[in-house]
Design a protein around this ligand. Structure first.
Ligand code: CAA
Length: 261
């Protein structure tokens, strides 16, 4: 964590769930370096905390995040962004988080905001959510994975449409296209995300982390490499006490008591 209290996010826990709320309401949670540094530090701290089993990243009703901070970027030169690690600084931190991270999205998730949501493990959307990659209107292109992660989620046709025309997708279309896993009424968003997070927290952490790692591997290499990777993790989980506990509990028709080892 940063030595001082964060200014662009708020951080809290609910049971074993770590919740980070993006908090630059006047700028619709536009993502500047400070916010991204604070977010990265908060998620890393939760990842290292044995009392945390799952994380949620969320924003405000009006905006999950309206993208990278355009005011901050406006005067950057090529050398600034290439040499200085600006704008997308620290964004890869989120990719390195090993416990599950759920994006609870209401309102605008645009540009870097959409990319941030896609870096999370899955997206639960409120019915007012809008997703888009409008960078083309600024004379740039998505710079935090949008051209790579969006086609993997929704395919080429919808990605090209969104990236080339800046058209936004509403929550219904985003769910139909596979970008989000669930759509709920706005006032139920945090309950739904928390419910999903608490389910995850009740499971065996080694198997949860292995499942996340294996699914993410499917986006990297060949099918046969991915299947082999999955098999090795599957085999390895038979070395955990939780596998014995989970299967014994099923066989004996009782609730498992996982110890995360
Ligand atoms: N950066 C900085 N400030 C932003 C911002 C952004 N991305 N998005 C919104 N704001 C600010 C506005 O400037 C405005 O500030 P003021 O009140 O001081 O004028 C405030 O937030 C409210 O915004 P609007 O008045 O525009 O609100 P609206 O409801 O009329 O429109 C919106 C909402 C459609 C989201 C509109 O604000 C918008 O189009 N924002 C920019 C979206 C965008 O282009 N995002 C991509 C950024 S580039 C990027 O993300 C690169 C990357 O891949 C890493």
């Amino acid at each position: 964590m940063t030595a001082t209290s964060p200014e662009c996010i708020t951080v809290r826990t609910e049971g074993r769930v770590g919740i980070v709320t993006l908090n630059r309401p006047k700028q619709l949670n536009a993502l500047n370096n400070q916010l991204m540094d604070e977010l990265g530090a908060a998620l890393k701290a939760f990842d290292a905390d044995q009392d945390i089993g799952c994380m949620i990243v969320t924003g405000s009703e009006k905006a999950f995040a309206a993208g990278a901070d355009i005011g901050a970027m406006a005067t950057y030169t090529f050398a600034d962004v290439y040499n200085g690690d600006y704008i997308t600084r620290n964004w890869e931190t989120i990719r390195a988080i090993r416990k599950p991270v759920i994006a609870a999205v209401s309102g605008f998730a645009l540009g870097g905001g959409c990319e941030l949501a896609m870096m999370c493990d899955f997206i639960i959307a409120a019915d007012n959510a809008k997703f888009g990659q409008p960078e083309i209107k600024l004379g740039i292109i998505p710079g935090a994975g949008g051209t790579q992660r969006l086609p993997r989620a929704v395919g080429k046709a919808k990605t090209m449409d969104m990236v080339l025309t800046s058209r936004m997708m509403d929550a219904t279309e985003a769910e139909r296209a596979g970008l989000v896993s669930r759509v709920v009424p706005l006032d139920k968003l945090m309950d739904e995300a928390l419910g999903a997070a608490l389910v995850i927290c009740g499971l065996s952490l080694p198997s949860v982390m292995a499942a996340k790692e294996a699914v993410n591997r499917s986006f990297e290499g060949t099918l046969s490499d991915g299947v082999m990777f999955e098999r090795r993790l599957f085999h390895a989980l038979f070395a955990t006490e939780d596998q014995k506990e989970g299967m014994d509990a099923f066989v004996n028709k009782r609730k498992p008591d996982f110890k995360n080892r």
